[in-house]
Ligand binder design. Structure first.
Ligand SMILES: Cc1cc2nc3c(=O)[nH]c(=O)nc-3n(C[C@H](O)[C@H](O)[C@H](O)COP(=O)(O)OP(=O)(O)OC[C@H]3O[C@@H](n4cnc5c(N)ncnc54)[C@H](O)[C@@H]3O)c2cc1C
Length: 378
Protein backbone atom coordinates (compact mmCIF):
# COMPACT_ATOMS: atom_id res chain seq x y z
CA UNK A 1 0.00 0.00 0.00
CA UNK A 2 1.14 3.59 -0.49
CA UNK A 3 2.77 5.15 2.58
CA UNK A 4 -0.05 7.58 3.42
CA UNK A 5 -2.43 4.79 4.46
CA UNK A 6 -4.19 5.47 7.75
CA UNK A 7 -3.35 2.58 10.07
CA UNK A 8 -6.13 0.02 10.18
CA UNK A 9 -7.96 1.36 7.18
CA UNK A 10 -10.26 3.52 9.34
CA UNK A 11 -12.99 5.36 7.45
CA UNK A 12 -12.87 9.15 7.21
CA UNK A 13 -16.01 9.27 9.38
CA UNK A 14 -14.15 7.74 12.32
CA UNK A 15 -12.36 11.06 12.83
CA UNK A 16 -15.67 12.58 13.95
CA UNK A 17 -17.04 9.89 16.30
CA UNK A 18 -15.90 7.83 19.25
CA UNK A 19 -16.79 4.12 19.38
CA UNK A 20 -19.35 3.06 21.98
CA UNK A 21 -17.38 0.18 23.52
CA UNK A 22 -20.40 -1.99 24.35
CA UNK A 23 -20.14 -5.27 26.28
CA UNK A 24 -19.72 -8.78 24.87
CA UNK A 25 -22.52 -11.28 25.30
CA UNK A 26 -21.14 -13.76 27.81
CA UNK A 27 -24.29 -15.38 29.18
CA UNK A 28 -27.61 -16.89 28.20
CA UNK A 29 -30.36 -14.31 27.91
CA UNK A 30 -33.92 -14.04 26.62
CA UNK A 31 -35.65 -11.52 24.36
CA UNK A 32 -38.74 -11.26 22.19
CA UNK A 33 -36.49 -10.61 19.17
CA UNK A 34 -32.78 -11.03 18.50
CA UNK A 35 -31.38 -8.73 15.81
CA UNK A 36 -28.04 -9.80 14.31
CA UNK A 37 -26.05 -6.97 12.75
CA UNK A 38 -25.85 -3.45 14.20
CA UNK A 39 -25.59 -1.46 10.97
CA UNK A 40 -28.21 0.97 9.67
CA UNK A 41 -30.66 -1.82 8.77
CA UNK A 42 -30.47 -3.70 12.06
CA UNK A 43 -30.55 -0.52 14.15
CA UNK A 44 -33.59 0.78 12.26
CA UNK A 45 -35.27 -2.58 12.85
CA UNK A 46 -34.46 -2.33 16.57
CA UNK A 47 -36.08 1.09 16.89
CA UNK A 48 -39.17 -0.10 15.03
CA UNK A 49 -39.34 -3.19 17.29
CA UNK A 50 -39.07 -0.96 20.36
CA UNK A 51 -41.91 1.14 18.92
CA UNK A 52 -44.01 -2.05 18.96
CA UNK A 53 -43.20 -2.63 22.62
CA UNK A 54 -40.96 -5.67 22.01
CA UNK A 55 -37.93 -6.60 24.07
CA UNK A 56 -34.83 -6.66 21.84
CA UNK A 57 -31.27 -7.97 22.03
CA UNK A 58 -28.89 -6.84 19.27
CA UNK A 59 -25.57 -8.47 18.41
CA UNK A 60 -22.65 -7.42 16.26
CA UNK A 61 -19.58 -9.41 15.33
CA UNK A 62 -17.51 -6.22 15.54
CA UNK A 63 -18.51 -2.80 16.83
CA UNK A 64 -21.70 -0.87 16.06
CA UNK A 65 -21.48 0.23 12.40
CA UNK A 66 -18.11 -1.45 11.91
CA UNK A 67 -19.48 -2.91 8.65
CA UNK A 68 -20.62 -0.90 5.65
CA UNK A 69 -22.98 1.29 7.68
CA UNK A 70 -20.08 3.21 9.21
CA UNK A 71 -17.73 2.91 6.25
CA UNK A 72 -19.76 4.00 3.23
CA UNK A 73 -19.93 6.99 0.91
CA UNK A 74 -22.58 8.79 2.92
CA UNK A 75 -24.99 9.35 0.03
CA UNK A 76 -28.69 9.11 0.87
CA UNK A 77 -30.01 8.60 -2.64
CA UNK A 78 -33.68 7.96 -3.26
CA UNK A 79 -34.50 4.82 -5.21
CA UNK A 80 -33.24 1.27 -5.49
CA UNK A 81 -29.80 0.23 -6.76
CA UNK A 82 -31.03 0.21 -10.40
CA UNK A 83 -31.74 3.67 -11.84
CA UNK A 84 -35.43 4.55 -11.83
CA UNK A 85 -36.14 3.72 -15.50
CA UNK A 86 -34.36 0.36 -15.07
CA UNK A 87 -36.45 -0.32 -11.97
CA UNK A 88 -39.58 0.51 -14.01
CA UNK A 89 -38.48 -1.96 -16.70
CA UNK A 90 -37.90 -4.66 -14.09
CA UNK A 91 -40.80 -4.07 -11.70
CA UNK A 92 -43.35 -1.95 -13.55
CA UNK A 93 -44.00 1.75 -13.01
CA UNK A 94 -46.42 1.51 -10.05
CA UNK A 95 -44.11 -0.64 -7.94
CA UNK A 96 -40.92 1.20 -8.91
CA UNK A 97 -42.61 4.50 -8.09
CA UNK A 98 -43.92 3.24 -4.73
CA UNK A 99 -40.43 2.06 -3.79
CA UNK A 100 -38.86 5.34 -4.92
CA UNK A 101 -41.37 7.34 -2.87
CA UNK A 102 -40.79 5.09 0.14
CA UNK A 103 -37.07 5.88 0.01
CA UNK A 104 -37.92 9.60 -0.18
CA UNK A 105 -40.05 9.21 2.93
CA UNK A 106 -37.17 7.36 4.61
CA UNK A 107 -34.85 10.27 3.74
CA UNK A 108 -37.13 12.52 5.76
CA UNK A 109 -37.23 10.10 8.70
CA UNK A 110 -33.43 9.90 8.71
CA UNK A 111 -33.17 13.69 8.52
CA UNK A 112 -35.62 14.12 11.40
CA UNK A 113 -34.04 11.47 13.63
CA UNK A 114 -30.39 12.30 12.89
CA UNK A 115 -30.49 16.00 12.02
CA UNK A 116 -26.94 16.67 13.27
CA UNK A 117 -25.51 14.18 10.77
CA UNK A 118 -27.59 14.95 7.66
CA UNK A 119 -27.14 17.63 4.97
CA UNK A 120 -29.66 18.71 2.35
CA UNK A 121 -27.26 18.74 -0.57
CA UNK A 122 -29.08 17.10 -3.48
CA UNK A 123 -27.03 14.71 -5.60
CA UNK A 124 -25.68 14.58 -9.14
CA UNK A 125 -25.52 11.72 -11.61
CA UNK A 126 -22.74 12.60 -14.08
CA UNK A 127 -22.61 10.83 -17.43
CA UNK A 128 -19.29 9.36 -18.54
CA UNK A 129 -20.04 9.54 -22.30
CA UNK A 130 -22.78 10.09 -24.88
CA UNK A 131 -24.31 6.68 -24.27
CA UNK A 132 -24.68 7.41 -20.57
CA UNK A 133 -26.02 10.89 -21.34
CA UNK A 134 -28.75 9.17 -23.39
CA UNK A 135 -29.41 6.90 -20.43
CA UNK A 136 -29.77 10.00 -18.23
CA UNK A 137 -32.37 11.27 -20.74
CA UNK A 138 -34.31 8.02 -20.38
CA UNK A 139 -34.15 8.31 -16.59
CA UNK A 140 -35.26 11.96 -16.76
CA UNK A 141 -38.28 11.04 -18.89
CA UNK A 142 -39.31 8.12 -16.68
CA UNK A 143 -39.00 10.17 -13.50
CA UNK A 144 -40.90 13.06 -15.07
CA UNK A 145 -43.71 10.68 -16.05
CA UNK A 146 -43.90 9.52 -12.43
CA UNK A 147 -43.75 13.13 -11.10
CA UNK A 148 -40.49 12.42 -9.21
CA UNK A 149 -38.05 15.27 -8.52
CA UNK A 150 -35.25 15.50 -11.10
CA UNK A 151 -33.57 18.25 -13.14
CA UNK A 152 -31.11 18.22 -16.01
CA UNK A 153 -27.57 19.19 -15.06
CA UNK A 154 -24.91 20.82 -17.22
CA UNK A 155 -22.04 22.33 -15.28
CA UNK A 156 -18.42 22.09 -14.21
CA UNK A 157 -18.60 18.33 -13.64
CA UNK A 158 -20.12 17.56 -17.04
CA UNK A 159 -23.72 16.70 -17.90
CA UNK A 160 -26.24 14.48 -16.28
CA UNK A 161 -29.02 14.80 -13.73
CA UNK A 162 -29.59 16.68 -10.48
CA UNK A 163 -31.76 15.12 -7.79
CA UNK A 164 -32.62 18.20 -5.72
CA UNK A 165 -34.16 16.42 -2.73
CA UNK A 166 -31.40 13.85 -2.10
CA UNK A 167 -29.38 14.05 1.11
CA UNK A 168 -25.90 13.20 2.33
CA UNK A 169 -24.80 12.27 5.82
CA UNK A 170 -22.16 11.05 8.20
CA UNK A 171 -23.20 7.38 8.24
CA UNK A 172 -21.09 6.43 11.25
CA UNK A 173 -22.26 9.32 13.42
CA UNK A 174 -25.83 8.51 12.52
CA UNK A 175 -25.51 4.78 13.33
CA UNK A 176 -23.78 5.42 16.64
CA UNK A 177 -26.57 7.85 17.54
CA UNK A 178 -29.20 5.21 16.70
CA UNK A 179 -27.40 2.68 18.89
CA UNK A 180 -27.14 5.09 21.84
CA UNK A 181 -30.84 5.96 21.54
CA UNK A 182 -31.81 2.28 21.26
CA UNK A 183 -29.94 1.49 24.47
CA UNK A 184 -31.61 4.43 26.21
CA UNK A 185 -34.95 2.94 25.11
CA UNK A 186 -34.10 -0.43 26.66
CA UNK A 187 -32.53 -2.46 23.86
CA UNK A 188 -29.59 -4.59 25.02
CA UNK A 189 -26.78 -4.33 22.47
CA UNK A 190 -23.60 -6.41 22.41
CA UNK A 191 -20.44 -5.88 20.38
CA UNK A 192 -17.70 -8.40 19.50
CA UNK A 193 -20.38 -11.08 19.77
CA UNK A 194 -20.57 -12.88 16.41
CA UNK A 195 -23.60 -15.07 15.84
CA UNK A 196 -22.31 -18.49 14.85
CA UNK A 197 -25.56 -20.44 14.79
CA UNK A 198 -29.03 -19.13 14.01
CA UNK A 199 -32.05 -21.20 14.90
CA UNK A 200 -35.77 -20.51 15.09
CA UNK A 201 -35.68 -20.13 18.88
CA UNK A 202 -32.04 -19.30 19.74
CA UNK A 203 -28.94 -17.55 18.46
CA UNK A 204 -25.57 -18.81 19.63
CA UNK A 205 -22.53 -16.58 19.77
CA UNK A 206 -19.03 -17.77 20.58
CA UNK A 207 -19.63 -17.04 24.29
CA UNK A 208 -23.37 -16.73 24.83
CA UNK A 209 -26.91 -17.59 23.76
CA UNK A 210 -29.94 -15.43 23.05
CA UNK A 211 -33.22 -17.30 23.42
CA UNK A 212 -35.76 -15.59 21.16
CA UNK A 213 -38.45 -17.05 18.95
CA UNK A 214 -37.97 -14.32 16.34
CA UNK A 215 -34.56 -13.61 14.83
CA UNK A 216 -33.74 -10.83 12.35
CA UNK A 217 -30.50 -11.33 10.41
CA UNK A 218 -29.36 -7.91 9.12
CA UNK A 219 -25.77 -8.64 8.17
CA UNK A 220 -25.80 -7.68 4.42
CA UNK A 221 -22.13 -8.28 3.44
CA UNK A 222 -21.99 -11.08 6.03
CA UNK A 223 -25.37 -12.55 5.09
CA UNK A 224 -24.28 -15.59 3.12
CA UNK A 225 -21.56 -16.52 5.56
CA UNK A 226 -24.22 -16.87 8.28
CA UNK A 227 -27.01 -18.14 6.02
CA UNK A 228 -25.28 -20.07 3.22
CA UNK A 229 -28.62 -21.10 1.73
CA UNK A 230 -28.83 -17.51 0.39
CA UNK A 231 -25.59 -17.91 -1.56
CA UNK A 232 -27.19 -18.36 -4.97
CA UNK A 233 -29.14 -15.13 -4.54
CA UNK A 234 -26.69 -12.83 -2.73
CA UNK A 235 -22.97 -12.36 -3.40
CA UNK A 236 -20.55 -10.55 -1.16
CA UNK A 237 -18.44 -7.80 -2.70
CA UNK A 238 -15.80 -5.42 -1.39
CA UNK A 239 -16.20 -1.68 -2.01
CA UNK A 240 -13.24 0.63 -1.46
CA UNK A 241 -12.84 4.30 -0.66
CA UNK A 242 -10.28 6.91 0.27
CA UNK A 243 -10.52 10.15 2.23
CA UNK A 244 -8.43 13.30 2.12
CA UNK A 245 -7.29 16.12 4.32
CA UNK A 246 -9.39 19.30 3.85
CA UNK A 247 -9.21 20.15 0.13
CA UNK A 248 -8.98 23.92 -0.38
CA UNK A 249 -8.35 23.72 -4.12
CA UNK A 250 -11.70 22.26 -5.17
CA UNK A 251 -15.36 22.73 -4.31
CA UNK A 252 -17.73 19.83 -4.61
CA UNK A 253 -20.92 21.43 -3.37
CA UNK A 254 -23.20 18.57 -4.40
CA UNK A 255 -22.26 14.93 -3.78
CA UNK A 256 -22.09 13.01 -7.03
CA UNK A 257 -21.82 9.64 -8.63
CA UNK A 258 -20.31 9.05 -12.00
CA UNK A 259 -19.98 6.37 -14.68
CA UNK A 260 -23.28 4.62 -13.92
CA UNK A 261 -22.63 5.08 -10.21
CA UNK A 262 -19.40 3.12 -10.08
CA UNK A 263 -17.57 6.17 -8.73
CA UNK A 264 -19.02 8.40 -5.99
CA UNK A 265 -17.72 11.37 -4.04
CA UNK A 266 -18.75 13.93 -1.53
CA UNK A 267 -16.95 16.80 0.20
CA UNK A 268 -17.53 17.13 3.93
CA UNK A 269 -18.27 20.50 5.56
CA UNK A 270 -14.63 20.60 6.74
CA UNK A 271 -13.39 20.22 3.15
CA UNK A 272 -12.35 16.54 3.26
CA UNK A 273 -13.23 14.47 0.24
CA UNK A 274 -14.60 10.94 0.49
CA UNK A 275 -14.23 9.08 -2.82
CA UNK A 276 -15.07 5.50 -3.75
CA UNK A 277 -15.33 3.32 -6.80
CA UNK A 278 -13.73 1.16 -9.48
CA UNK A 279 -15.05 -2.17 -8.19
CA UNK A 280 -15.74 -3.23 -11.77
CA UNK A 281 -12.12 -2.69 -12.84
CA UNK A 282 -11.05 -5.69 -10.78
CA UNK A 283 -14.39 -7.37 -10.48
CA UNK A 284 -13.18 -10.94 -9.90
CA UNK A 285 -10.92 -9.86 -7.04
CA UNK A 286 -13.65 -7.69 -5.51
CA UNK A 287 -16.12 -10.59 -5.12
CA UNK A 288 -14.72 -11.33 -1.69
CA UNK A 289 -15.56 -10.92 1.97
CA UNK A 290 -12.02 -9.73 2.73
CA UNK A 291 -12.17 -6.05 3.69
CA UNK A 292 -8.56 -4.93 3.32
CA UNK A 293 -8.14 -2.17 0.70
CA UNK A 294 -5.98 -3.17 -2.29
CA UNK A 295 -3.22 -1.35 -4.17
CA UNK A 296 -4.92 -1.97 -7.51
CA UNK A 297 -8.18 -0.16 -6.66
CA UNK A 298 -6.56 2.48 -4.46
CA UNK A 299 -4.27 3.53 -7.34
CA UNK A 300 -7.31 4.03 -9.55
CA UNK A 301 -8.94 6.12 -6.83
CA UNK A 302 -5.74 8.18 -6.50
CA UNK A 303 -5.71 8.95 -10.22
CA UNK A 304 -9.38 9.86 -10.20
CA UNK A 305 -8.88 12.12 -7.20
CA UNK A 306 -6.07 14.03 -8.90
CA UNK A 307 -7.27 14.07 -12.50
CA UNK A 308 -11.09 14.14 -12.32
CA UNK A 309 -11.85 15.70 -8.93
CA UNK A 310 -8.78 17.89 -9.38
CA UNK A 311 -7.40 18.20 -5.88
CA UNK A 312 -3.86 17.88 -4.54
CA UNK A 313 -5.12 17.28 -0.96
CA UNK A 314 -3.23 14.55 0.87
CA UNK A 315 -4.90 11.15 1.20
CA UNK A 316 -5.34 10.46 4.90
CA UNK A 317 -7.66 7.43 4.93
CA UNK A 318 -8.09 4.29 2.83
CA UNK A 319 -10.73 1.74 3.68
CA UNK A 320 -13.06 -0.95 2.42
CA UNK A 321 -16.12 -2.87 3.59
CA UNK A 322 -18.36 -5.72 2.47
CA UNK A 323 -21.79 -5.42 0.88
CA UNK A 324 -24.24 -7.98 -0.48
CA UNK A 325 -25.29 -7.86 -4.14
CA UNK A 326 -28.68 -9.41 -4.95
CA UNK A 327 -29.35 -11.23 -8.20
CA UNK A 328 -32.27 -8.94 -9.08
CA UNK A 329 -33.51 -5.38 -8.57
CA UNK A 330 -34.83 -6.03 -5.06
CA UNK A 331 -32.92 -7.04 -1.93
CA UNK A 332 -33.68 -10.18 0.09
CA UNK A 333 -36.30 -9.21 2.70
CA UNK A 334 -38.13 -12.33 3.80
CA UNK A 335 -38.82 -15.01 6.38
CA UNK A 336 -36.35 -17.76 5.51
CA UNK A 337 -37.64 -20.36 7.87
CA UNK A 338 -40.16 -20.10 10.66
CA UNK A 339 -38.86 -17.53 13.11
CA UNK A 340 -35.86 -16.31 11.06
CA UNK A 341 -36.14 -13.18 8.91
CA UNK A 342 -33.25 -12.25 6.60
CA UNK A 343 -32.41 -8.89 5.04
CA UNK A 344 -29.60 -7.77 2.80
CA UNK A 345 -28.37 -7.67 -0.77
CA UNK A 346 -28.85 -3.93 -1.30
CA UNK A 347 -26.32 -4.03 -4.15
CA UNK A 348 -24.22 -1.19 -2.80
CA UNK A 349 -27.00 1.32 -2.00
CA UNK A 350 -28.50 0.24 1.29
CA UNK A 351 -28.53 3.35 3.43
CA UNK A 352 -32.23 3.93 2.75
CA UNK A 353 -33.42 0.60 1.33
CA UNK A 354 -31.77 -1.19 4.26
CA UNK A 355 -33.69 1.00 6.68
CA UNK A 356 -36.94 0.17 4.88
CA UNK A 357 -36.01 -3.52 5.03
CA UNK A 358 -35.41 -3.13 8.77
CA UNK A 359 -38.89 -1.67 9.15
CA UNK A 360 -40.36 -4.60 7.20
CA UNK A 361 -38.52 -7.00 9.53
CA UNK A 362 -40.02 -5.24 12.53
CA UNK A 363 -43.52 -5.56 11.08
CA UNK A 364 -42.89 -9.28 10.60
CA UNK A 365 -41.61 -9.71 14.16
CA UNK A 366 -44.59 -7.83 15.56
CA UNK A 367 -46.88 -10.16 13.59
CA UNK A 368 -48.40 -7.21 11.80
CA UNK A 369 -47.55 -7.06 8.08
CA UNK A 370 -47.96 -3.49 6.92
CA UNK A 371 -46.75 -0.93 4.38
CA UNK A 372 -43.07 -1.88 4.63
CA UNK A 373 -43.78 -5.59 4.22
CA UNK A 374 -45.87 -4.70 1.19
CA UNK A 375 -42.95 -2.88 -0.45
CA UNK A 376 -40.88 -6.06 -0.64
CA UNK A 377 -43.64 -8.66 -1.07
CA UNK A 378 -42.95 -11.09 -3.92
C1 LIG B 1 -17.37 1.71 0.47
C2 LIG B 1 -18.88 1.70 0.48
C3 LIG B 1 -19.57 2.80 0.00
C4 LIG B 1 -20.97 2.79 0.01
N1 LIG B 1 -21.65 3.94 -0.31
C5 LIG B 1 -23.00 3.98 -0.14
C6 LIG B 1 -23.70 5.19 -0.32
O1 LIG B 1 -23.12 6.26 -0.54
N2 LIG B 1 -25.06 5.17 -0.21
C7 LIG B 1 -25.74 4.02 0.11
O2 LIG B 1 -26.97 4.04 0.20
N3 LIG B 1 -25.08 2.87 0.32
C8 LIG B 1 -23.73 2.83 0.23
N4 LIG B 1 -23.07 1.67 0.48
C9 LIG B 1 -23.83 0.49 0.88
C10 LIG B 1 -24.31 0.60 2.31
O3 LIG B 1 -23.24 0.96 3.14
C11 LIG B 1 -24.89 -0.73 2.76
O4 LIG B 1 -25.86 -1.15 1.84
C12 LIG B 1 -25.51 -0.58 4.13
O5 LIG B 1 -24.57 -0.10 5.04
C13 LIG B 1 -26.08 -1.90 4.61
O6 LIG B 1 -26.44 -1.74 5.96
P1 LIG B 1 -26.63 -2.98 6.85
O7 LIG B 1 -26.94 -2.49 8.20
O8 LIG B 1 -27.60 -3.90 6.21
O9 LIG B 1 -25.24 -3.75 6.79
P2 LIG B 1 -23.86 -3.35 7.50
O10 LIG B 1 -23.76 -1.93 7.73
O11 LIG B 1 -22.78 -4.01 6.74
O12 LIG B 1 -24.02 -4.00 8.93
C14 LIG B 1 -24.00 -5.38 9.10
C15 LIG B 1 -23.39 -5.66 10.46
O13 LIG B 1 -23.50 -7.05 10.67
C16 LIG B 1 -22.37 -7.45 11.40
N5 LIG B 1 -22.23 -8.89 11.24
C17 LIG B 1 -21.85 -9.60 10.16
N6 LIG B 1 -21.86 -10.90 10.42
C18 LIG B 1 -22.26 -11.03 11.71
C19 LIG B 1 -22.46 -12.14 12.59
N7 LIG B 1 -22.25 -13.40 12.18
N8 LIG B 1 -22.87 -11.90 13.85
C20 LIG B 1 -23.09 -10.65 14.30
N9 LIG B 1 -22.90 -9.57 13.51
C21 LIG B 1 -22.49 -9.76 12.23
C22 LIG B 1 -21.23 -6.64 10.82
O14 LIG B 1 -20.17 -6.53 11.74
C23 LIG B 1 -21.92 -5.31 10.55
O15 LIG B 1 -21.73 -4.38 11.59
C24 LIG B 1 -21.68 1.64 0.46
C25 LIG B 1 -20.96 0.53 0.95
C26 LIG B 1 -19.58 0.57 0.97
C27 LIG B 1 -18.84 -0.62 1.51
Amino acid sequence: MPRDVHPGGAALWAAHSAPLALPLLQEETRADVCVIGLGGSGLTAIHALLDSGLDVVGLDAGAVASGAAGRNGGLLLAGLAPFFHDAVAALGAPRATALYRATMDEQERVAAASAAHVRRTGSLRIAADDAEAADCDAQFDAMGAASLPVERYVGPWGRGLLFPTDLSFDPLGRALGLAKDARARGARLFERSPAIEVGADAVRTDRGVVRADRVVVATDGGLVRLLPELAPRVRTARLQMLGTAPARDVELAVPMYLRHGYEYAQQLPGGEIALGGFRDHHEDAEWTDVTEPTDAIQRLLDSFLRERIGTAAAVTHRWAASVGYADGPLPVVEELERGVFALGGYSGTGNLVGALAGRAAAEWAAGAPGPFTELFAA
